[in-house]
Design a protein around this ligand. Structure first.
Ligand code: SAM
Length: 294
């Protein structure tokens, strides 16, 4: 299993939230507003690869309606951390007594949160999306969302996903492969090439689409019944992000050292220098695909 630590997810959360493309976010909020005006009951949003719930914390407070969120991740520790973090984040939390009983094998009790006077019911589902995709997408929802997830999946999985998807999709912070580090260094392009190679490794779904995922997703959805818009959401990291810059440099350096494209010495040297970098821009893209039948 390709695991993500709670420390890493927590370290990146501030940069993630401020980098989301605001135009796309407005379109998503307008869409949800329309849906809410046509239905009774909470808006239902499913978050794929939810980690500790960062995507919910970014989006839910902007939605002025009661909501039900289903957080799906294959890592039970992240889901437990999500429940704990969300209860602290909320203005109030009403703890459910019953465990979810269904074939989705969740063992984490749902919780009802109160944030800005709206109720947010949160369900936590432990599921491997590499193998259990169709069941997830068959669930009725108003929006499927994901953050920092789609670059992990394989081209075949993307095809299958788009074939089965019948709900509007909002995905943020998919890595697009563009990086600029300050000050520039002659090793940067060699390291980036090796990093892209590493990004294409199997992350549990087959060889990963990595930086090509978003473009592929866009093309596949456009030929189906979706109206698609995209927008950039780069991390612009500077003096307030020194801890994140350091972790990022260490992570990239370790990843490229695992490829045979650069030597361990070069990877180490680059990582040590970049850990002290003044700033960097890391490219991401967001996508909103509105299902025409909504
Ligand atoms: C980069 S993290 C992003 C987490 C979260 N969306 C955020 O923005 O903080 C990718 C997430 O996808 C989850 N993930 C990876 N492969 C998965 C799979 N096959 N099934 C379900 N979740 C998966 C990981 O456990 C992790 O939480």
């Amino acid at each position: 299993m390709n695991s993500f630590s709670t420390d890493w997810l927590s370290l990146r959360e501030g940069a993630d939230h401020r980098s989301r493309n605001s135009f796309l976010q407005e379109q998503v909020l307008k869409y949800l507003e329309q849906i809410a005006s046509l239905k009774n009951g909470p808006l239902h949003i499913i978050d794929l690869g939810s980690g500790t719930g960062s995507n919910l914390r970014a989006l839910a407070p902007l939605i002025h309606h009661n909501q039900k969120w289903t957080l799906i991740d294959y890592d039970p520790l992240l889901l437990q951390a999500a429940r704990k973090t969300l209860c602290i984040w909320a203005d109030d939390a009403i703890y459910g007594k019953a465990k979810i009983k269904s074939d989705c094998d969740s063992t984490i009790t749902p919780v009802t949160l109160v944030k800005n006077n709206y109720e947010i019911i949160v369900h936590f589902i432990q599921r491997d999306l590499a193998s259990d995709l169709e069941f997830t997408l068959s669930e009725s929802a108003d929006l499927i969302t994901a953050a920092a997830f789609f670059d992990l999946v394989a081209f075949d999985w993307l095809e299958q996903f788009c074939k089965v998807l019948k709900t509007s999709l909002y995905t943020v912070l998919t890595y697009n492969g563009k990086e600029t580090w300050l000050p520039s260094d002659s090793l940067d392009s060699e390291i980036l090439e090796a990093f892209h190679f590493h990004q294409g490794r199997d992350k549990g779904f087959g060889p990963a689409a990595g930086p090509l995922a978003l473009n592929n997703l866009e093309l596949l959805l456009k030929i189906r019944e979706f109206e698609v818009i995209t927008g950039s959401s780069p991390w612009m990291l500077g003096s307030r992000d020194t801890a994140l810059i350091k972790e990022l440099a260490v992570g990239i350096s370790k990843a490229v050292a695992e490829t045979s494209l650069v030597t361990h010495e070069i990877a180490k040297k680059w990582g040590e220098q970049r850990a002290k970098s003044l700033g960097c821009e890391i490219g991401h893209d967001d996508l909103f695909a509105r299902y025409e039948k909504n």
